[in-house]
Structure formats: structure tokens, C-alpha cells
Design a protein around this ligand. Structure first.
Ligand code: ATP
Length: 319
């Protein structure tokens, strides 16, 4: 293994830059030639690839987003697109590839590995929806952003005596809502994993008001229901004014928290070391603070488990 390429794909996640830095510096430390592929799998198809050196990754560990940029690339899902990518890898003499991204990007990594390209997948997504790993890079930073927003909304909720809904990201996974709801001490957490029951939410709003609570915050994971519809239903059923804040893409940005920087640095280093050991088709993960690698196909088959205990804790503490 002489030359390693790295790319970021799918949704950006804070900590991707720290992972790129970990990859590039480890490769250079081990006398490898390191190359950065731009715009996800698009850059692999079009040959948008540059050499990277120690200073290409200076001053990025603290930056959100990805210096390599990212993209979704439908062409890469096709056989033809993958063949083009493999040709480009040959033209640039890239012997191994490290792919940073979420579920879809790891499927892309698997596709290349199945075709004989030494490939390692590093989990980077704020959604934390990969079942095989406790955490993905970017998740804790997104939670930090949401908790900060909840604290600010709590001030205004208290001052006006209103109910507030905070809509968060996560698609089909409720982890951002669950962790930020627990850390933010909110009254209700609405997740895709738990059936939605408007009456029990309204009951909580009314009970809170009756015992003199001046604020009521509901964290709603996107995809559960329309936040504005839920607000209207609460107003109609309780008479309590309910405001909506959709946090949207601010959850993707920001400086990564130390946990994400450390995870990214360690995973970036390990990804290079695995390629140097001639390993391929591996996905990196973390369980109980230990970073591990496993077969990427098996990793992608592990179903995400909902943390019922954590959900129950949040419920008990929000009575
Ligand atoms: P996030 O979780 O943040 O959305 P992601 O990596 O899951 O990130 P996707 O849009 O699902 O984001 O995938 C990113 C890219 O990975 C796709 O645009 C495509 O190029 C590639 N990809 C996705 N699925 C496959 C697949 N089954 N085979 C090959 N490539 C794939």
C-alpha cells in the first residue's frame, strides 16, 4: 500500500475534518502518499482528486463541515458509475480508500470493496442511526447544539408561560431527540420509535400548568408529525399557546465537541493502519469507549436498537 485516498460523502457531520486530519497525518507519518477526493463519490467518478500534505489539514480539527466537501451521487449507485470510479482510482494509482459518511456512504464503501478495492468505512453522521456502533462522529456535537437551543427556548418559554415545540433532525432515528431531550430536561420527547399520542402530551401540558410550571418544552423528532400541526392541536385541546422552532441545518454545523474530535482522530488513524495491514471491507465503530473494526456487510445488517432505558429515564424525570 503506497497511496491512500480519502473522501467525505452524504450529509456533512461535525468532526469530518478531524477525521480527515487523522487519516492524512497518519498516512504521512507512515510515508504514504495521501490524496483527497472532492465532493464525495462524484470526485471519484470525475477525477476531482488532489495530493494532500501535512499542511493541507492544518487548522481544521476545530472546524465543522468538510474541507473535501461532500455530495450525494446517484451515478455511483450504478454498476457503470462504480466502474468509472475504479478506473479513476487506477489512473491516480490509489491503492486504498477511506470513506467517511453515513449508512449510504458505507454501502458505497462496501460496493467498492466487493469489487476488490481495499476500502475502510468511518461512521460520520449526526443522526446516529448506524446500529453496529454506539456513536457516529458528529452526533454529540449535534446534541450539544440542540441542548444549547433548548436552554435558550426555555428562557422565553418561562417568561411567556408558553409551550414550545423544538423540532430536531434524525430522520427515522430518534437519538438526537432522546439525548437532547434528556440533557435539556424537557417535558416531552416525541420520537419515531414510540407511538405518538397527542392526548398524553396535552395532559402533561395541562398538569404542568396546574402545578405552577411556567414553561413546557417538547422535543419533536422530524418525521413523527408536522410540528405546526402538533402545536395547533395542543392549542385547540388545552388553550395554551404553543410556538414552534425548527432547528434544521444548524444541527449539522458548528465546531465539533471534544468527544467527536477524539473519536474522529482515533478512527482516522485506525482506518489508515487497517489498510496498511491489508485489511479491506471493514467498518469502524465504538462500543463502550473501545474503537473496533468489523466486516462492513455485517455492520450494515445490524439493526439500530432503541434505548428504552434512556427513554424511560427521561420520562420519569420529566413528571
Ligand atoms: P447521512 O446519514 O448523513 O445522510 P449517508 O452517507 O447515509 O449520510 P446517503 O445520501 O444515503 O448519505 O449516501 C451518500 C452517497 O453514498 C450516495 O449519494 C451514493 O453516492 C452512495 N451510496 C448510497 N447507497 C449506496 C449503495 N447502495 N451502493 C453504492 N453507493 C451508495
Amino acid at each position: 500500500m503506497k497511496t491512500i485516498g480519502v473522501l467525505t460523502s452524504g450529509g456533512d457531520a461535525p468532526g469530518m475534518n478531524a477525521a480527515i486530519r487523522g487519516v492524512i497525518r497518519t498516512g504521512i507519518y507512515n510515508n504514504m502518499r495521501m490524496m483527497g477526493v472532492k465532493h464525495g463519490f462524484n470526485g471519484l467518478i470525475t477525477g476531482d482528486i488532489d495530493d494532500m500534505d501535512i499542511s493541507s489539514v492544518s487548522d481544521i480539527i476545530q472546524r465543522g463541515g468538510t474541507i473535501l466537501r461532500t455530495a450525494r451521487c446517484d451515478e455511483f449507485k450504478t454498476e457503470e458509475g462504480q466502474k468509472k470510479a475504479i478506473n479513476v482510482l487506477e489512473v491516480f494509482n490509489i491503492d486504498g480508500l477511506i470513506i467517511l459518511g453515513g449508512d449510504g456512504s458505507l454501502r458505497g464503501a462496501k460496493a467498492l470493496s466487493d469489487k476488490g478495492i481495499p476500502t475502510i468505512g468511518v461512521p460520520c453522521t449526526i443522526d446516529n442511526d448506524l446500529g453496529y456502533t454506539d456513536y457516529s462522529i458528529g452526533f454529540y456535537t449535534a446534541v450539544e447544539t440542540v441542548v444549547d437551543a433548548i436552554s435558550k427556548i426555555r428562557d422565553t418559554s418561562y417568561s411567556h408561560g408558553r409551550s414550545n415545540i423544538v423540532e430536531v433532525m434524525g430522520r427515522h432515528c430518534g437519538d438526537i431527540a432522546l439525548y437532547s431531550g434528556l440533557a435539556g430536561g424537557v417535558e416531552s420527547i416525541l420520537l419515531p420509535e414510540v407511538p405518538f399520542d397527542i392526548d398524553s402530551i396535552c395532559k402533561k401540558v395541562i398538569q404542568g400548568k396546574n402545578r405552577g410550571k411556567l414553561h413546557n418544552i417538547i422535543v419533536l423528532a422530524e418525521g413523527v408529525s408536522n410540528a405546526y400541526d402538533v402545536a395547533k392541536q395542543i392549542l385547540d385541546k388545552t388553550g395554551i399557546e404553543t410556538r414552534v422552532t425548527v432547528l434544521g441545518h444548524i444541527q449539522r454545523g458548528g465546531s465539533p465537541v471534544p468527544f467527536d474530535r477524539i473519536l474522529a482522530s482515533e478512527m482516522g488513524k485506525m482506518a489508515v493502519e487497517l489498510l496498511m495491514e491489508d485489511k479491506s471491507g471493514r467498518a469502524l465503530g465504538v462500543k463502550c469507549n473501545d474503537i473496533f473494526d468489523m466486516d462492513i456487510s455485517e455492520a450494515l445488517e445490524v439493526e439500530k436498537q432503541f434505548d428504552v432505558n434512556r427513554y424511560n429515564t427521561a420520562k420519569i424525570l420529566s413528571i
